[in-house]
Design a protein around this ligand. Structure first.
Ligand SMILES: [Fe+2]
Length: 220
């Protein structure tokens, strides 16, 4: 059981965002595009009452979800490294017991009812998104992963998944192995790194999503 503060303040979110943002650097002419991956069958069939970006606490509940607290952030960029703002980023993943927020999920009777299972965030002018969630765990047939959907006006919903770098089960995961190019496959492996000085063992994970078009295509 992990102890964590009950209050999740805006100040803390902004502080964490500042930490998570990387220094601006020179981009190569074309960034490696994030591979599109299947949404799978477990996008919530009934969205939770709370769809904010804090998956650890549902509305004003007192009991947080079980799991390793992770600050998951990144940017949605075009191939030139320019930010894509006002994109809706959605994530969904199993709870600490390997159960999805979906009526068809195995083990749903034992689901962690304190885990939101799904969250949404609108990217900022810098293309940044942020979620507070748990480090993903495995479920039968899959290595740990987090599903992402990116929704933009005038475009079809686009989905991918990110994975835990160094996780031994990655080597046997069919979806991950389906990405044949090694460099592209590595681009979806994310470091879940301990946050220095975190007294409760929180982790930070950063996953940039590089889309294969430029924002001018959508009128920005
Ligand atoms: Fe999945």
């Amino acid at each position: 059981m992990i102890e964590m503060p009950n209050l999740w303040t805006r100040r803390k979110i902004i502080g964490t965002l500042a930490l998570a943002m990387s220094a601006p650097g020179a981009f190569a002419e074309q960034l490696l595009l994030t591979p599109k991956q299947t949404a799978g069958p477990f996008y919530p069939d009934h969205l939770p009452l709370d769809t904010d970006n804090d998956l650890l606490v549902i509305n004003d509940a007192i009991t947080p979800a079980i799991g390793e607290v992770t600050h998951l952030s990144g940017r949605v960029l075009d191939a030139k490294g320019d930010p894509i703002r006002d994109a809706v980023v959605e994530i969904w993943q199993v709870d600490g017991k390997g159960v999805y927020l979906h009526t068809g999920s195995d083990g749903k009777a034992g689901r962690d009812s304190n885990f939101q299972g799904f969250g949404r965030f609108l990217t900022s002018s810098t293309g940044e998104y942020y979620f507070r969630t748990i480090k993903p765990v495995a479920y039968p047939g899959r290595t740990p992963h987090i599903h992402f959907a990116v929704k933009m006006k005038g475009r079809e919903k686009w989905t991918t998944q990110c994975y835990v770098k160094g996780e031994p089960r990655n080597a046997k995961d069919g979806v991950l192995r389906g990405i044949k190019d090694e460099r592209v496959r590595e681009s979806v492996l994310v470091d879940f790194a301990s946050i220095k000085d975190s007294k409760v063992g929180e982790l930070a994970a950063k996953f940039d999503i590089i889309m294969g078009f430029t924002p001018t295509d959508i009128g920005h």
